[in-house]
Design a protein around this ligand. Sequence first.
Ligand code: GLU
Length: 331
Amino acid sequence: MVQGIANWNTGETQEWLQQYVDDWVAFYRKHTNDGNVASYIPILAEADPDDLGITIIGNNGLSVRSGDTEIPFTLQSISKAITFIVACMERGVSYMLDNVDVEPTGEAFNSIMHLEMKPVKKPLNPFNNAGAITVTSTLPGDTSEERLEPVFQLLEKILGYRPSLNVDVYESERESSNRNRAIGYYLLEVGFLDSDLNATLETYFKQCSINVTLDDLARIGLILANDGMDPKNGEEMMPRQVARLTKVLMLTCGMYDASGKFATYVGIPAKSGVSGGILAAVPPRVRDETMPFTDGCGIGVYGPALGDKGNSIAGTRLLRHIATQWDLSIF
Ligand code: GLU
């Protein structure tokens, strides 16, 4: 599918770039057969496993969209990055770092075991479920609506519209939430939660169920790539310190227990979710000028067929290919 690409400064188009991405999306679409859609949240199993799409938005407005770019999907674990940013903005970075550590676990995202195996004073990082539920417990407010309001406000500021809650996904997750409730009760037992467990879990299920598109992920990635600033108008969307810390966590913990491999072979701060989305932030780099996006870009990838670690299988391979070819790695 060829869609227009344009640079918002010059109006210039680059057809070769579009053709290149189209060709590789077609190639990696076959890799969706190597994965499976998530089914532990029943409604997620309804996604089409063959879907694959990518949106890239560059700092100068150059953008490329290819494949299934119009399908809305829910944030799932990508919401953990957003709520961490909001919690840092609401409660302060030092408060958040007192409540949650910044260490990769090497365990599955929904592991409870790692909390018991070693004596820890706080959950190991904000991007596994234990840490994310803890982060959600720090959001101010009594009800899930009150707690999510600053999350929706930040998204609205970045995206230019207020995303919707997918009530069907929320209810499906809520009804199949035994494991997250178990994690929540464990966190309550050891004193890691900052507020009421039930309101925290309700907020968590809802944050995971916010609808987004690939353009939305690319736009959030672009803001992170620019340390919190919108490159279009210079407006600060989040403090620089918060954006930078979030990128560190994305790089070290953002791709579940495949984060080390992703950092090694792709080398871009990224956060995935079990709906099949990947949010990636590519900061400006000093590189060969002929490479596209040397001045940075945000990337959104969608491919609901997941590999064994819970990341989009074809999406990860597509991202690896493009990052290698265009030298997008931050290292
Ligand atoms: N809502 C999902 C859960 O808590 C998010 C997990 C994910 O995307 O990794 O199980």
